[in-house]
Design a protein around this ligand. Sequence first.
Ligand code: C5P
Length: 399
Amino acid sequence: MSKRVLLIVGGGIAAYKSLELVRLLSKSGIATTAILTKAGAQFVTPLSLSSLTGDKVYQDLFSLTDESEMGHIELSRVADLIVVAPATADLMAKAAHGLANDLASTTLLATDTPVLMAPAMNVRMWLHPATQRNLATLKGDGVTFIGPNEGDMACGEYGPGRMAEPGEIAAAIRKQLGALDAARPLAGKSALVTSGPTHEPIDPVRYIANRSSGKQGHAIAAALAALGARVTLVSGPVGVPTPPGVTFVPVETAREMLAACEAALPADIAVCAAAVADWRVADAGAEKIKKDGKDVPPLALVENPDILATLSRHPFRRPRLVIGFAAETENVVPYARAKRAKKGCDWIVANDVSPETGVMGGEDNTVILVSESGEETWPKLPKTEVAARLAARIADHFS
Ligand code: C5P
């Protein structure tokens, strides 16, 4: 089964319908892992749920075995979608307010996995302004809802509050998983992104560096991850935050960056956005160089490895698509073309980094995408937008 739902079964008479839901999902090839709340366990047994899911049923926030097998954060990460059915008034209120005092509510707070709720409660509880407020809050937070339906209720009243039927919930789940697939065209692909400057030591306290902020590289890592790619971001020292959902490998020098990149192979995609120092000091001293008032210390430089060229010409693990950057201050396109050939990469993202453009360290970038088939000039865009466009082009390339 390629898709997995984390099903949170809350405490309501409709909980029995969740058993049927698990069966329907399984028939559609969707696996289920279940969390059963304390109240939910008053309506269905862990045994019946685990028989249908074929998996352990998670119940306790503080279970030593669960924490060692799979922590509550991990639980949500392995799922493509979290489904709360029945979503009781209490579970909705907790989720809307960010309470986290049991496994279900903690899991909902500790995740960025999409959430679908199937509310089930007494009609007056549903119509109560507090529940309607919570509903609006949760919708604002991106939670989607199926139901509740109108009809006779177990409590003898009539109105909205019945949980949607298992078939309706299963259809909503399939639809949402389908939409997620469409929004994640790079799911199943792995990407390696380099970002930031490198620092090349002169002695233990001094180094050679450059003005790269890492904004563009980090934005590319975030954009690829947003399209579903598994991203390893290898970055030199930067002040920008690590995007969520990427594996971050901090490095300092070009040689460390190369080693980290090679360790991250195989990868389908490599985007080298780092401003790697071309040279390093030949013999970086182990001790601080002292001023002796007479001689200026000679700093002999040696060339650093070229990471982009190494990945592009990797004998057996060349990523299928290798993209480099060309930061130039003049003749941008001819230099970019020459760089593409010299490095052996597939695409070059060329940009003018003359000081007057404000690209280095700035928020915007104007780039020209140079590939085998020609060149494309993009308008001036925020770096995040350049990243989103590039990620979309990469997804197109693989589709
Ligand atoms: O040769 P130049 O530095 O202009 O090339 C820029 C491109 O090459 C960028 O994609 C940069 O990340 C990459 N590069 C590299 N390793 C180096 C130098 C540059 O990966 N040592």
